[in-house]
Ligand binder design. Structure first.
Ligand SMILES: [Zn+2]
Length: 143
């Protein structure tokens, strides 16, 4: 390999690392932004393209820790959170693990969040520019 070719490869490698770091830093910024209240729906949907599923999980968990409903578009405070991990439904004779459900103020917010989580792309953040951006959808509120 020539010296020039080597140099070119090195430049490409550096550019790739810089791009990767910038994408990760941007995703981290979004995590912080989504811990705040009053995020508009279009802004929220646009951000999903720049995060990975682990970031979304972090957002929900961090919101729960600060006693906010885990769904980023909800500004309700979590109240009367049950301490137990399981809930028994006598009518259905079943035991439910409520670990995830407890992070949300309502059944709607839980379902809406799961709906969003399933849409967050799993591909590496820094390779997204090679992909077609999907159109993300919110779960409509029950009437
Ligand atoms: Zn909520």
């Amino acid at each position: 390999m020539t010296e020039e070719k080597n140099d070119q490869l090195r430049q490409q490698l550096i550019a790739a690392v810089v791009k990767k770091r910038a994408a990760i830093a941007r995703a981290q910024e979004i995590v912080v932004r989504l811990l705040e209240p009053d995020v508009a729906e279009p802004e929220f949907l646009a951000m999903l393209w720049e995060i990975a599923p682990n970031h979304y999980t972090d957002i929900v968990d961090e919101r729960e820790i600060s006693r906010n409903c885990g769904y980023p578009l909800c500004s309700n405070v979590l109240q009367n959170v049950p301490n137990q991990k399981y809930q028994i439904s006598a009518s259905q004779n079943k035991v439910y693990d409520i670990t995830e459900r407890k992070k949300f103020c309502s059944g709607y917010c839980f379902r809406a969040s799961e709906y969003i989580k399933a849409q967050v792309p799993t591909s590496p953040l820094w390779l997204r520019d090679r992909e077609l951006r999907p159109s993300f959808q919110l779960l409509l509120r029950d009437k």
